[in-house]
Design a protein around this ligand. Structure first.
Ligand code: S3P
Length: 430
């Protein structure tokens, strides 16, 4: 399915959907399960390419990981027993694997080489390597370790108090993982709260972690205990269908068993500030994560200004929100989102280029975009640029565009949502 032809939908979207497991939580379940002693059983694991990359990395370090679809069983003897991999580790497209793994490898007593695909090779690693070096990590790579390929020789790490300059859960998590292996107590103090799955999951694995507002402290050299992890549905994947249902006339869908962790629900808040009402209900709490249901009916949105603390809570949803804004009444301004330039693609540029090619009125700014709506969209030949979220944004845009959209490199979507087109068909053909 590398090139797909997509046409405006003649059907409204109707039905109930469970989106696949959360990408961030799936990665972490493999990492913590591999570092823990005992058995970890994961259900609703995301089988997207990025998370399979994390499994392969820990298998290369000798961890017994049995994966059957969305069920994963990890049998590990704990982080002291991880082995030096005898080949370089391929991180594919996965920034999360790269940043979190660098934290782990810095404190393990062996040598590893990491490399990635073209996109990952351009993404900055100094943001994590700088604090790790401060802890005593021995890391080298292209441009002094700013970019992959990178080699790590694990050391006995010293604790630090770290105030990240970038708002990044990956960086926070990489340092906390290094802190887990270090001597003494490591503290990360954020300026804005980013997704807190690492903190939640460390506690689920029995670690002592203290969260005090924006400060997180972890005691070093603790052992983790294997546990059961139920991965909630990924709100970042759900966002594509939430916006699709808002855009396509007469639609009404329900997304069930989706993660509603408040550090991830910025997209729901942003949509509500655009005058849209969503029906949201919490149904369960598991492993420090909230799970619930969202009901969405077709509605016309109004423009809004999206900025500040909400941005890290919806960083991956900005491409799909930009599409919604092209159909909203008025001028939508997205600010404080310069981090988008460091994702799988420069998502300010790729969103603006893609939606402009479809007829939208959208301009890029240094830290976001300005969108005037509503504007009719039309078909075009568009590339995902190898970015899963750009691919899915294009597919959703095609549902309301006049004429055919030809999407090339649609396979990029497999990174986080291999069932995306099947789920779309399910909602279209009720
Ligand atoms: C992630 C954090 C975010 C997000 C990425 C997953 C994570 O990146 O964009 O898709 O699992 O920690 P940053 O923390 O670098 O912003």
């Amino acid at each position: 399915m590398n090139t797909v032809h997509l046409n405006k939908t003649t059907n409204q979207l109707v039905g109930t959907l469970a989106v696949p497991g959360d990408k961030s939580i799936s990665h972490r379940s493999i990492i913590f399960g591999s570092l823990a002693t005992g058995i970890t059983e994961i259900t609703n694991f995301l089988t997207g390419e990025d998370c399979l990359t994390t499994i392969a990395a820990f298998r290369a370090m000798g961890v017994d990981i049995e994966q059957t679809g969305e069920r994963v069983i990890i049998r590990s003897k704990g982080y002291h027993e991880l082995k030096e991999p005898n080949v370089p580790i391929d991180l594919g497209n996965s920034g999360t694997t790269a940043r979190l793994l660098l934290g782990v490898l810095s404190g393990l007593d062996f040598h590893t080489t990491l490399f990635g695909d073209q996109s990952l090779t351009k993404r900055p690693m100094d943001r994590i390597n700088d604090p790790l070096r401060e802890m005593g990590a021995l890391i080298d790579g292209r441009e002094q370790g700013k970019y992959l390929p990178i080699a790590v020789r694990g050391q006995v790490l010293q604790p630090i108090t770290f105030r990240p300059k970038v708002k990044s859960a990956q960086v926070k998590s990489g340092v906390l993982l290094a802190g887990l292996l270090a001597e003494g107590e490591t503290t990360v103090i954020e300026t804005t709260k980013t997704r807190d799955h690492t903190e939640n999951m460390l506690q689920a694995f029995g670690a002592e972690v203290n969260v005090n507002g924006l400060a997180i402290t972890i005691k070093g050299q603790q052992s983790l205990r294997g546990t059961a992890i139920q991965v909630p549905g990924d709100i970042s994947s759900a966002a594509f269908f939430i916006v699709a249902a808002l855009l396509v006339k007469d639609s009404e869908i329900t997304i069930k068993d989706v993660g509603l962790n408040v550090t991830r629900t910025g997209i729901l808040d942003a949509i509500e500030t655009m005058g849209v009402s969503l029906d949201i209900a919490e149904t369960a709490h598991v492993g420090g994560e909230v799970i619930g249901e969202i009901n969405i009916q077709h509605q016309v949105a109004k423009a809004s200004v999206i900025e500040g603390e909400i941005i890290p809570r919806m960083i991956d949803e900005i491409p799909i929100l930009a599409l919604l804004a092209t159909q909203a009444e008025g001028r939508t301004v997205i600010k404080d989102a310069e981090e988008l330039r460091f994702k799988e693609t420069d998502r300010i540029q790729t969103v603006v280029d893609t939606l402009t090619a479809m007829g939208a009125n959208i301009v890029a700014t240094a830290d976001g975009m300005v969108i005037e709506g509503p504007t009719p969209l039309h078909g075009a030949t568009l590339d995902s640029y190898g970015d899963h979220r750009i691919g899915m944004m294009i597919a959703v845009a095609s549902l309301i565009a006049e004429g055919t959209v030809i999407l090339t490199d649609a396979a990029a979507i497999n990174v986080s949502y291999p069932q995306f087109f099947d789920h779309l068909a399910l909602l279209q053909n009720r």
